[in-house]
Ligand binder design. Structure first.
Ligand code: PLP
Length: 340
């Protein structure tokens, strides 16, 4: 197998308008940066002391602390969960295409990710996913909303999976929860096979600090603790996360701006020009232009980076939402492309 190598090296925030990694368009407030600077000045030579972050996170996620595990990005959540559950030759059922880390980690364990493809309209193929479950299936993964298609899955559909397969763990990846507003946390007390993962990398704007978390039954969290190292989560991430949870005004405003202003403006723009896009409940859109290679090259020449996709959706690109002035710049450049 090859390593997971996202096209990140040649991007430059000083030079490019970055619409390729679903990041927040704005950094956290200066107060947060000042807290980190104060910490760096004094404390980096000590091992991390995590303090009350789990309590704060419990209030935020509306679960007791024993249901929570912090991880080094939700990438590590995927890693520890799959390592905990899977043995060689077992299968993960997941609709494809989904987030690539699942394939990557499953591959290192000698396991395969199988499951139906999204249909042409990218609606969630609920029945087909159920049909793909077989005696080798050791885990079902639902990414809600899905990256890269933006597809959302209803709580009812997730509950149906939990009921239909009570003996199979079901991992729901809610990386984009703050944008979609949809969560299945309320199902946790009724379905012991439910595992949820989330991240501070998207709406909470801390991807370079690497912080994610698992929400699951306390006995499963105890198993995961055997795999995750005691200091895998760095303290700068924890300080920043606490600050973001204690002062949510800034990032929540950005989320509302993206979802209530940037997204409708972009959809209107594409709609009026017959550029095909797919509906999304996340901070990105999947777009299907007439000629994806040409468009993405034109955008790149104009210092705008979007993410072109691999087969079977190589005819699309994914673009992250940004604040309105940047969206307007994107639309101006796109219009120049359409008029060429
Ligand atoms: C669906 C999904 N899950 C998980 C992740 C991993 O995020 P991180 O490791 O930064 O928490 C991403 C990142 O793009 C994602 O799109």
């Amino acid at each position: 197998m090859s390593f997971y190598n996202p096209p990140i090296e040649n991007r430059n925030p000083e030079e490019h308008l970055l619409m390729d990694f679903n990041e927040s368009p704005l950094p956290p407030p200066p107060k947060l940066i000042a807290k980190i600077a104060a910490f760096l000045n004094k404390h980096i030579h000590y091992y991390p002391i995590y303090g009350d972050l789990l309590e704060r996170l419990g209030e935020y996620a509306k679960v007791p602390t024993e249901n929570l595990l912090l991880t080094n990005g939700s990438d590590q959540a995927i890693d520890v969960i799959l390592r905990c559950l899977l043995e060689s030759s077992e299968e993960v059922a997941m609709v494809q295409p989904g987030f690539a880390m699942f394939q990557q980690v499953a591959g290192t364990l000698g396991c395969q990710v199988v499951g139906p493809q999204f249909p042409e309209d990218f609606d969630f193929p609920h029945e087909e996913l159920k049909e793909s479950v077989n005696r080798r299936t050791r885990l079902i993964v639902v990414i809600n909303p899905n990256n890269p298609t933006g597809t959302s899955v209803s709580v009812e559909q997730i509950e149906d999976l939990l009921k239909t397969f009570p003996d199979i763990p079901i991992l729901v990846d809610e990386a984009y929860y703050e944008f979609s507003g949809q969560t299945c946390v309320s199902l946790l007390s009724s379905y012991p096979n439910l595992i949820i993962i989330r991240t501070f990398s998207k709406a909470l704007a801390l991807p370079s600090l690497r912080l994610g978390y698992v929400i699951a039954q306390p006995d499963f969290i105890l198993q995961l603790l055997k795999i995750r190292g005691p200091y895998d989560v760095n303290l700068v991430a924890v300080l920043a996360a606490r600050e973001q949870l204690n002062h949510p005004g800034h990032w929540q405003k950005v989320v509302r701006h993206l979802m209530d202003e940037s997204k409708p403006a972009l959809e209107k723009y594409f709609g009026e020009r017959q550029v095909k896009y797919y509906s999304s409940t996340a901070n990105f859109l999947l777009v299907e232009p007439q000629n994806v290679a040409e468009v993405s090259e034109f955008l790149k020449e104009n210092k705008i980076l979007v993410r072109t996709m691999n087969p079977p959706i190589a005819h699309t690109f994914r673009m992250s939402l940004r604040m309105m002035p940047e969206m307007q710049h994107f639309m101006e450049v796109y219009s120049r492309y359409l008029n060429t």
